[in-house]
Design a protein around this ligand. Sequence first.
Ligand code: PEP
Ligand code: MN
Length: 351
Amino acid sequence: MLIIMKTDATEKQIQHIVQRVEAMGLRAHLSKGEERTIIGAIGDGRPIIKDQFLYLPGVDRIMPITRPFKLASREFSPQDSVFSLDGVEIGGDGVVIIAGPCSVENRSQLIETAHAVKEAGAHALRGGAYKPRTSPYSFQGLGEEGLEILAEARSETGLPIITEVMTTEQIPLICQYADVMQIGARNMQNYSLLHAVGESQHPALLKRGMMATIDELLMSAEYILSHGNRRVMLCERGIRTFENTTRNTTDINAIPVLKSMTHLPVILDPSHATGNWEYVTAIARAAIAAGADGLIVEVHPHPELALSDGGQSLKPERFAELVTQVKAVAQAIGRCVAPSKTHLLAGCVDV
Ligand code: PEP
Ligand code: MN
C-alpha cells in the first residue's frame, strides 16, 4: 500500500506515519520525490487496513499497489532512480557504457582492455573473476586473483569495476574490490543471494534470467530493494526462444516495457543477447534507440584467444566504433552519452 503525503506535509508528519507503519509490524520505505513523499507500507501479504492511515495529518490519499512488485514499481517512485558510480550517473540523462572482457584471464589482458575501453569512452570496466560456466571443465575464472587485477585496473584507469557474484559467501570479498556486483542470468532467482546483495547495500546489476519474464525480473529486483538497497540496475541480456541462429533473442520490447513499469535504470547486454560480435553493434544501437540507459559490452584485445565468450567479444577498435555510433543514436533521440571519467565536467560529450 502507498501512503501519498500532501505536498506540504512536514518532516514530523512523515516520521509519524513511518512510526505508525512500523508499529503495525510493516516495513516503511520512503520515496522522496520533487513534489511529495510517498511511503510504501509493505507487509507479508496480510491485508492492511487503509483507514488506519487515511485520516492522519499530512496524508493525502492511500493507493494500493496493484503490481506484485512494490518498491520496484513506477507507482512507488514515479521519477527515475539515478545513482552515482564514482561520479558517473546511472539512470540519468546520459547513457552509460560498461565494457571489458567476459573473464579476467591475466594481468596484461585486463589492463590492456581497461586502457582501450577507457580511451574509447567507456564509463566502467567489466570482467568476471568468478564465472558461471555451463561446463565444469570450462575456465571458471581466477577468483580472488582476478579481483586483485580488477582493482589494479581501477587504480590505473579510474574506471569503476563491475564483476559477478555467484554465492552469498563471496559478497564481502567482492564488495572490497568491486563497485558493482553483477548477478548473472543463472542466479536471477537465487533468492538467498538476492537477499544478501540487498543487505550488503552495495550497487547491483541484475541480469534477466534466460527464461524469466519481465515480471519475474522485477520480483527479483524487489528482493534486493526490500532490504533497503536502492542502487539496482536491470539488464536485458536476451532470452531463450525457438530461434537458434543467435545465442539468445534480444527482447528489445523489454526496454520500453521496463521503463514504463519501473523507475530502475535499464541497460542492455548486446554481447550475450546475440552471442556473435558481428551483431553486437547493431543491437547496441537498437537498445539506445529503444530508450536503454546504458550498455554492457564484452571487449577483448584478442577474441580468438579468449578463455570465455571470444566469439561475441569486440576488438577494441570495433568497440570504439560502437561508442561513436551509440553517441549518434543517443543524440538523435535527445539524449547523450554520459560524460566519461575524463570528461566529467564537460557535460554531454559531442559526437
Ligand atoms: C557475463 O556477463 O559474462 C555472463 C555470464 O552473463 P549472463 O549471466 O547474462 O549469461
Ligand atoms: Mn560472458
